[in-house]
Design a protein around this ligand. Sequence first.
Ligand code: CA
Length: 441
Amino acid sequence: MNEIDDTHSPRKRSWVVSANRPGADFPIQNLPLGVFRTGADAAPRAGIAIGDMILDLAAADAAGLFDGEAALAVTAAAGGRLNILLALGAGPRRALRRQASDLLDADSSLGRRASASAAKLLYPAAQCELLLPVEVRNYTDFYAGIHHARAAGALMMPDNPLPPNYKWVPIAYHGRASSVRISGGAVRRPRGQRRPASDGAAPVFGPCERLDLELELGMIVGPGNALGEPVPIEAAHEQIAGYCLLNDWSARDFQFWEMVPLGPFLGKNFSTTISPWIVTPEALAPFRCAAMERPTGDPAPLAYLHDASDQRAGSIDIQLAVWLRTARMREAGAEAQRIIRSNARHLYWTPAQMVAHHTSGGCNLMPGDLIGSGTISGPERAELSSLLELTRGGAEPVELANGERRSWLEDGDEITFTARCERDGFVGIGFGFCSGQVTGD
Ligand code: CA
């Protein structure tokens, strides 16, 4: 889970010079997987982000730059979807990382060979269209951010914000896979039904008036498990082939009217946005950290959710940020403003615990399934990772630098998530962007 090897060496530099810039999201130590195309009519291809370029895996394979398990992994990604590659598990994925690291290395013989044919292997990312990296057949959204659960719960039940099961069960619901979209698209304001203005009145059907974001970590399932065969907690981390950023757009007015008794439906199913690059567990190895320490008095996880190594290193230190750019800011040429910052280490349940719980009843996960962590709020005010929490249900609007205020998202607002991992002695890595712009209904 946290093996450090030569691919993490801070001395490693790439012959793709943009990858060596301080603060680059995609240095040679990252090597995230994705799918891109070079034009609207071009076929989707699997790639690895390196600096501001994309390495075309099939082209590198055709040039004889991969062999063994790494070549197997590239062949598995030939259809322009990564489901089969990720289903192969950690072995081929690690082999691909090792050889891609060697291939892009400024100081290796393979790197020198590859750099000689760079024009055939690399595309400028800015000239490519990024696509959904996997076919998402199932999407599950957890509720593992305890600070979110507490802050959101307090708006409804101030005296008892956490449900009684919260510290025992990694709570989740089954979301909608068909409306998972890649970063960069428009998010159309949904229509739906909201609570009547007064008792006895009819509910209103119309455009959402309380459109919100939720800052989450997305997890992509690798091999999956057979129906009826739970994944034990000790092996659960092996099921996660990579991580991305996820915006679980939420229509709060619909959600709070519809959610009892069966949970979210139209309040959530109109759109979910993910970032295009799958950051692998291997790339994240240096940034592993202990599971959140449970406060005194909290119950220990039940045995099927408890594993010593998961408790020791099952969480990940990922700095998260939410940026807002309104239509007026765009017109004025102003940059996006950061409105929220948080960290993935604030999750109460680890990714492995989510997988172990998800499959504990026998449910089968499939390659490419998407798992959302739940909104990752932190303990501080600036870490409340949805507008619901940040504005206290709309009562305390966010003040922007240009004088605008936001209780909820307005048409033209663009929301972007970014994320970075940093640790002394290692080269930091980033996740790229997860963005979407709200358009009218
Ligand atoms: Ca959510």
